[in-house]
Structures are given as C-alpha cells and as structure tokens.
Design a protein around this ligand. Structure first.
Ligand code: TXA
Ligand code: MG
Length: 382
C-alpha cells in the first residue's frame, strides 16, 4: 500500500455553526475553514481515507459511494471486510437526496428517535434499495445499511462541505482501543493515511448505539452513546420492547476460554476485568497471589471508578470518574495511556450495566482476556 506523511490539521469545533438543516456551515475561523476545505477536497478528489473527529470517537472517512475509497478504509485499518461500516450524513435532506429513492419514506418507528437523538450518537438500519448508490463494500453485501448524523461540528461540516455521505469506522488499527484523540489515530495509522483533522477530545468516548427497527421487536445491535433507557423513554411504544442482541451485554460473555476470543478494543497489556468486587481489595489481592504476580515480576496498572480503593501494591493508578458519562469519556483514553507506560497487566473496575454502564461493560468485556466476578466462588471464571 502507498505510504503517506500523515499531517495533523487543527480545526476549532466552536468556530463552526449550522443555521438550518440544509445549509452549509458558517465558519468564523480561517484556519478551520481552510483545513476543512483541504479534507473535503481529499475526500472528493482522491480515494484516500482520512481521520476526523466525531462526538463519539475519531472516525476514518471515505466516500460511501466509492468502492475504492471504502477499500482504502479497510486497508488502512486492517479490518476484516465482512464487518459493515456506518454511513454518516450531515442532514436528513442529504440522506434523502443522496441515498434514498425519491418516493421512499423513512419508517415511522424511527421518527421519534431521529427527532430526539439526531444529530447524535444513534445509528439506525435502513433497507438498501435496488439502485442504491452505496458501495456494496460498505454494507458487506447485506440488504440494509447503517446510518447516523453525527453532532460533532467538524464531522458535520466535513460531510456538508464535501456533500458526500461518508463511510467511517472508528479510526483505530483493527483490534486496538477506539481513538478519542487525534494523537491516538496518529499512533495507530501514521504513514497509512494522508491527514487527520484534530478537533480535540471526543465528548462521548464510546461509539454510537446501533438499532434495528426493521425487525419486530426492534433490536439493539450495539450499545453506545444513547442508552437503552433513553431509547425506551423517547422512542415511543414499539421501542419499549427493544431486545438486546446477545453480544451487547458484558456479563453474558463472562464464561469463555482465555485466548479463544475475537480480539477487540485491546491494549497490548492483558486486561483483567473485576465485576461485583466492592472495594476490590480482597479480589485483587487473591488474584495477584494466585497467579504469583507482584511488582517484582510485573508492571501493573489499575483503572478504578466508583468503589475501588487504592491498592498498596499497585503503583500506576488512574481514575475513570464516577458518572457514567465520565467513565465512557475516559475509558479508551486511559486504556491507551497506561498501555503506553508498557505495563504488563491492566486491572479494571467493572460497573453495573444500567444507563451508560451497558456500553462501557460491552467494551470492557471485549477488551478483557480474563474476568474476575466477586459473586462467583473463588473469584476467577475465565
Ligand atoms: O460512533 C460510531 O458509530 C463510530 C464513529 C466513527 O461514527 N463509528 C463506528 O463504526 O463505530 P464501526 O465501523 O467501528 O462500527 C460499525 C458497527 C459494527 O458493529 C457493525 O457490525 C454495525 O455497525 N453495522 C454496520 N452496518 C450494519 C448493518 N447493515 N447491519 C448490522 N450491523 C451493521
Ligand atoms: Mg470500531
């Protein structure tokens, strides 16, 4: 593949404003305007993928209408091509104009969700129509496509200026934790993409929620920035029956063979997730003793949140925060941060799966090679 000198271009989200649904953004800062033009030009005149910020995580953008652009995305990330991508649009007008047949009506079931959560971290599935312009590489040949309208001003401006629906997975190298800073994208994809728009830290910190309203009852395919509780509250009657796809929950994955799993969100260090462990003192102590681990033979980091106490034998400690939104926002950043200190082991405090907890535990249970459940006799399950 071609090699690039990856440039990081600064953009200021606060300098971008949207007037109404259909309009181009108004940009008060000249550098931001120039850099958005450079990025939009890259999207419309080349097949290269580029890094850009969204409110959830950084994405890796290419035109959703071009096979070659979508190939560049899969190639830069080293992502298996059977995992479909989300299409990002800047307005409902653009969705209709560029992607849907003129006589097509968005299904009623989605209307309250779109009204409440767009722009924002919610992705919906729509049917692919016979003459759809969307690259079949985006959908991995499924008969549906996933679409969302991001709320990050830089993401929306980029899509509006290029007037191109953008396919974008998270901009990490495949299997790595998702990126929430431009620097994370650079660390993973340096030399593999020509540019990254740097719009600062992502606010949500985990990816969008993916829902399928085309099946009855509707289904949550991936928990994310909009919680199940919010979907039930604002979605109307039908969404009160939303079913969680099996893989969405953290605890369902607790029993498994170490090393046999599909790696995802993984730092280089081994992640051990502790659930139902109160202040964690006993379980961590037992775990370290049982495995003959200590500061003398391993470098260990602890990520704690609501209940864990500081552990005297662990030197590196970071606080994820205590609110669900803080824990979501800090999760990937702190996994990457302690990993860069070359630790051998990252011990993480789990949280309960309500509200933001479902998305957090979904990511953590995929990152973890081992889970210690304080409710199970003698601790170690996996
Ligand atoms: O927040 C996000 O959604 C981020 C930012 C960059 O927007 N993007 C993201 O994309 O997380 P990605 O490619 O990492 O995740 C796409 C998810 C996958 O779980 C994929 O299986 C699912 O959406 N997906 C995409 N198209 C689908 C389809 N047609 N049917 C079912 N699932 C689909
Ligand atoms: Mg991803």
């Amino acid at each position: 593949m071609s090699s690039f000198t990856t440039r990081i271009l600064n953009v200021r989200p606060e300098s971008i404003a949207f007037n109404s649904d259909n309009n181009l953004p108004i940009i008060s800062d000249q550098e931001t305007k120039d850099n958005l033009d450079i990025a939009a030009n890259e999207l419309t005149t080349t097949n290269n993928a580029i890094g850009f910020p969204t409110e959830t995580v950084y994405g890796l953008a290419g035109s959703a209408l071009s096979d070659e652009s979508v190939r560049s995305i899969y190639r830069a990330k080293n992502r298996p091509a059977d995992n479909p991508l989300i299409v990002h649009i800047s307005s409902i007008d653009q969705l209709k104009r560029k992607l849907l047949p003129s006589d097509y009506e968005i299904p009623e079931i989605y209307k309250p969700l779109i009204e409440k959560f767009w722009p924002g971290p919610l992705t919906i599935l729509l049917p692919i129509h016979p003459n759809s312009p969307i690259s079949s590489l985006v959908t991995a040949n499924q008969d549906t496509f996933a679409v969302r309208m991001p709320s990050h001003p830089v993401a929306r401006a980029l899509i509006a200026i290029s007037d191109t629906p953008i396919a974008a997975p998270s901009a990490n190298a495949s299997t790595r934790p998702s990126p929430t800073l431009a620097q994370h994208v650079y660390n993973d994809l340096q030399g593999r993409i020509p540019l990254i728009l740097d719009g600062g830290a992502c606010d949500v910190g985990v990816e969008s929620s993916v829902v399928d309203g085309l099946v009855d009852p509707p289904m949550l395919l991936r928990p994310g920035g909009v919680s199940v509780e919010e979907i039930k509250q604002f979605g109307g009657e039908k969404w009160k029956n939303i079913v969680l796809a099996k893989k969405t929950a953290g605890k369902l994955e607790a029993v498994r063979t170490p090393g046999m799993k599909y790696r995802h969100y993984s730092p280089n260090a081994k992640v051990v997730l502790f659930t139902n462990c109160k202040d964690g003192i006993n379980e961590i102590d037992q775990y370290l003793k049982k495995n003959d681990i200590g500061p003398q033979n391993k470098k260990i980091a602890l990520l704690k949140s609501r209940h864990f106490a500081s552990q005297p034998q662990i030197e590196i400690e970071r606080d994820l925060g205590s609110s669900g939104s803080d824990i979501s926002r800090n999760l990937f950043r702190l996994l990457r941060e302690v990993d860069e200190l070359n630790v051998d082991l990252i011990l993480v405090e789990g949280i309960d799966e309500s509200d933001e907890g479902l998305a957090v535990m979904n990511r953590l249970s995929k990152a973890a090679l081992e889970i210690v459940d304080g409710n199970v006799t003698n601790g170690v399950i996996a």
